[in-house]
Structures are given as structure tokens and as C-alpha cells.
Design a protein around this ligand. Structure first.
Ligand code: SAH
Ligand code: SF4
Ligand code: F3S
Length: 447
């Protein structure tokens, strides 16, 4: 199957990965819009499809070939579109994709997508192109201004990872840690707020490793950036994700007690509750040091909601070691969490370690872990019943008059109103379910 070379009038970007992958997807959409290509309306075929892929686990990575197959066989849409593969699979397997999928015109890595418009010009001429360079800063310098209209927005402040956890592909697909300059970030945040954002989530693979110089030339860390962003009128909520336990500093912990706009929520992956496993993962923190860190957050912000990531079945993990993970869950009581079965990734040290764990053992451990995490999430939600909080309205529900928004603790809240997207309303929580809360409107938005 030959690539489609018709100049595209419409595009669709499909993002499959983490929030930074979603952010990249938005920026690619903005680039295509600058070129005069418009987003294909929902349910309609697109002339150009960008598959913005994720390489973190095997399932996610393999999905792209079935997606390409569905697009070219007319299962996803009537006519085969021009196809671009972007994201972390593009970075890791660029050449292989070009060989395996002749219908693909462009393969572009996460640090090179600012060159997508040029690649598109070549694709129309029938040239297939791969670009997986990593000129980190250049990308941000050559992207168009933000235009996205939404009450919540992502802002990538830091990229890449130098931690090299032994199971993880990110240091290879995203490259070394870099921080975007302070002034660029403040400028982008202003643009987002002008376009309607009331909440900004600062993103980075290790967001709390961000560092830069403020307008006066003083060295600042993420806390300094948060303090500066909090001074932007119209911006009401600030969040950040994902942090690494080893990059946490006193100023960031303190900021949770000082900055009202900084929401009471922390996503801090631990991966395992066992020190031998943590060491084999190259996490360079212990279960105890992780718990002590969370304690400090709770001291400055007692109502802080805690979230984490877990991997079960890391090579060599024994039943007793897995039970340490259950123990840490019991201690922390997460408000929500993400848990995964270990997936061996090509090129990472753990993939060739001895004692790979059998799939059925992993399945069983994941079930037990998720039962506890679900228990705690439900309990967290139930404990909010009777409390009153602000909710930022993100979308309409299925029923008439029903709306969905987020509480300060990042829990979804359903309630009835006749307001609109982007309202900040006051809601009393009346019911706490396993995954969301029901609220009653106390005070509609003040226009
Ligand atoms: N930078 C973040 C998140 C990276 S990826 C951090 O360090 O915490 C998001 C999550 O995917 C990780 O926290 C980990 O729980 C999971 N993950 C990464 N590699 C994995 C693998 N090979 N198998 C299963 N889960 C993995
Ligand atoms: Fe991956 Fe570890 Fe880096 Fe997170 S800190 S991105 S898990 S290598
Ligand atoms: Fe996936 Fe790349 Fe994000 S591998 S999790 S899209 S950094």
C-alpha cells in the first residue's frame, strides 16, 4: 500500500500516551492549523491522521500497527488518509515503522515535531521522511503561539529524564532532562489564560527537576515558577505532574502551604514498597524516605490528595516483596493511583534480568493491589461527603442540566446547573462513589 499524497485539507491527531504526549498532540494540531489545515469534525474522515504514540508498555507500542492497518483497510474511515506517526514509538522504532508500514508518509519523534510542516510538504511530493533528532529547545522556539480555548490547559515546562530506572524507555525516547526558560513559560501561561484557561497543569517527565532563572536573574526551582504563575490574574488553579521523589525540594513542599492557587494534590510515583526491588529498579529512594517525604507534604497541607504509580511483577519480585507494596498502600491511603504489570521494554536493563515473573502471577498481584487502591479511592471520596468545595466546570454530562468538573483534589464531580464550561462554582459533596463524586450546587459562577 502506497502512502496517500493528496494535499490534506483536514487533520486528526490521536494521542495515546501521557499528558506530555497529549500536550505534544495539541502543539502538532496548532502547527497543522497554521498551515491552513483544519481539524476534521467528529465522526468525519480526516485527510491526514497523526498517530501520536506511546512506548511505555508493550501493549501501547504494538497498538500502532493495528491502528495503521485499520486506517488503510478502511475500517476506521472510508478512505485511507495520509499517515504520520509521532510520539515515543516513532522515536524508538522510526526505521522499523517505515519498513513495516509502507502506507506511512512521516515518522517524527517527540523532539522534532516542529518540523512536521516541512515533512508534510515533502510527503505531498511522495517523499517518505523520518526525523528523530533531539534538538530540544529548538522545538519550543519554533512552535506557533498557543491558541487553545479551554478552561484547563497543559504546559510542558521540563522534558526528558536522566534517572534511567531500569524498566523505563523514557530516557531513550525523550532524551536528557531539559528545562524550558522561565520567561518563555510565563509568556505561554499568559497566552493560555488569555485564551480562557483558569487552570494550568505544569508538565514534565520529572517536573520537579525544573530549574531556571527568574526575570531578576535569580536561580529558581519549580516552586519559584509556581509563585510567579500564581501572580497571573485570571489563573486560578495550578497543578504539576509528574514528580520524582529525589528531586523534591523544601521550597516546593513549602509552596503547598503558601500558594492558595496551588491545588492540594500530589502525584508521586513510588513503583514498589520494597527496598530491594526499588534498588533493582534504580529508583534511588527507599520506602521509608518516600513515606517521610509524603509526611512533610501532609504537615503543610493536611488535606493534600496523594496519588502514585506502581509496577507489579518486576523481575525477581517475590511474594513477600510484593506484600511490601501492599503495606505502603495501606500506610499512604492514596486518593487515586495508577498500577501496571511490568512490561519488558527493548533496550532497558530490566528486560534481560533473570527471574522474569510469570504472567498469571503478575495478573494476580495486580488484582490484589488494585482492590486496595480502589478501596482507598472510594474511602477518600466518601470522606468528602458534606464538604463544600470549588469545582471548575469542564464539560456537560449525558443528562440534561448535568455537568462535570474537578474538585481541588482532582476528583471528578457531577452536579446539576444551568451554567457553562469554564465556570468556577461552589458545590456541596453529597455522595462519594468509587470513581467520582456527586455534588449539589451551592453557589453558581459569579460572572
Ligand atoms: N516520570 C514519571 C512517569 C514515567 S511513565 C516517573 O518517573 O514517575 C509512567 C509510569 O509508567 C511509571 O511511573 C511506571 O509506573 C510505569 N512504567 C514505566 N515503565 C514501565 C514498564 N516497563 N512496565 C510497566 N510499567 C511501566
Ligand atoms: Fe522513567 Fe524513571 Fe525517568 Fe520516570 S524517573 S521517566 S520511571 S526513568
Ligand atoms: Fe509514553 Fe512517551 Fe509519555 S513513552 S508515557 S508518551 S513520555
Amino acid at each position: 500500500m502506497k502512502p496517500n499524497t493528496n494535499p490534506p485539507k483536514t487533520y486528526r491527531v490521536k494521542s495515546f500516551g501521557c499528558q506530555m504526549n497529549v500536550y505534544d498532540g495539541e502543539r502538532m494540531a496548532e502547527l497543522l492549523a497554521e498551515k491552513g489545515i483544519s481539524e476534521a469534525p467528529e465522526g468525519e474522515d480526516a485527510d491526514l491522521v497523526v498517530l501520536n504514540t506511546c512506548h511505555i508498555r508493550e501493549k501501547a507500542a504494538e497498538k500502532i500497527y493495528s491502528d495503521i492497518g485499520r486506517l488503510t483497510k478502511g475500517k476506521t474511515q472510508k478512505k485511507a488518509p495520509m499517515i504520520a506517526v509521532a510520539g515515543c514509538v516513532a522515536q524508538a522504532e522510526g526505521e522499523e515503522i517505515m519498513k513495516r508500514a509502507p502506507a506511512v508518509s512521516m515518522v517524527v519523534g517527540p523532539q522534532a515535531y516542529h518540523r512536521l510542516p516541512d515533512m508534510l510538504d515533502r510527503a505531498v511530493k511522495g517523499e517518505r521522511a523520518t526525523d528523530t533528532d533531539m534538538p530540544a529547545i529548538a522545538k519550543f522556539d519554533s512552535l506557533p503561539q498557543r491558541k487553545r480555548r479551554s478552561p484547563t490547559a497543559f504546559l510542558t515546562v521540563q522534558e526528558g529524564c536522566d534517572k534511567f530506572c531500569t524498566y523505563c524507555v523514557v530516557p531513550y525516547t525523550r532524551g536528557a532532562e531539559i528545562s524550558r526558560p522561565f520567561n518563555d513559560l510565563i509568556a505561554e501561561a499568559h497566552k493560555l489564560v488569555e485564551a480562557g484557561a483558569r487552570e494550568i497543569t505544569l508538565l514534565g517527565q520529572n517536573v520537579n527537576a525544573w530549574g531556571g532563572e527568574d526575570t531578576k536573574g535569580n536561580k529558581v526551582g519549580l516552586a519559584g515558577l509556581i509563585h510567579a504563575l500564581a501572580r497571573i490574574d485570571g489563573l486560578e488553579r495550578i497543578r504539576y505532574t509528574t514528580s520524582h521523589p529525589n528531586d523534591m525540594d523544601d521550597a516546593l513542599i513549602a509552596a503547598h502551604g503558601e500558594v492558595d492557587k496551588l491545588m492540594p494534590y500530589l502525584h508521586l510515583p513510588v513503583q514498589s514498597g520494597n527496598d530491594r526491588v526499588l534498588k533493582a529498579m534504580n529508583r534511588s529512594h527507599t520506602a521509608e524516605s518516600y513515606l517521610r517525604l509524603l509526611e512533610r507534604f501532609r504537615e503543610v497541607r493536611p488535606d493534600i490528595a496523594l496519588s502514585g504509580d506502581f509496577i507489579v511483577g518486576f523481575p525477581g519480585e517475590t511474594e513477600a516483596e510484593f506484600e511490601d507494596t501492599l503495606k505502603i498502600v495501606d500506610e499512604v491511603r492514596y486518593s487515586q493511583a495508577f498500577s501496571f504489570k511490568y512490561s519488558p521494554r527493548p533496550g532497558t536493563p530490566a528486560a534481560t534480568m533473570e527471574n522474569q515473573i510469570a504472567k498469571d502471577v503478575m495478573d494476580e498481584r495486580l488484582q490484589r493491589l488494585q482492590a486496595r487502591l480502589n478501596r482507598d479511592q472510594h474511602a477518600f471520596n466518601e470522606a468528602l461527603v458534606g464538604k463544600t468545595c470549588d469545582v471548575l466546570v469542564e464539560r456537560k454530562g449525558k443528562l440534561a442540566g448535568q455537568w462535570l468538573g474537578k474538585s481541588p483534589w482532582l476528583t471528578s464531580v457531577w452536579f446539576e446547573d444551568n451554567g457553562q464550561i469554564g465556570d468556577m462554582v461552589t458545590v456541596e459533596i453529597v455522595e462519594g462513589g468509587p470513581n467520582s463524586l456527586m455534588g449539589k450546587l451551592k453557589q453558581p459562577a459569579i460572572a
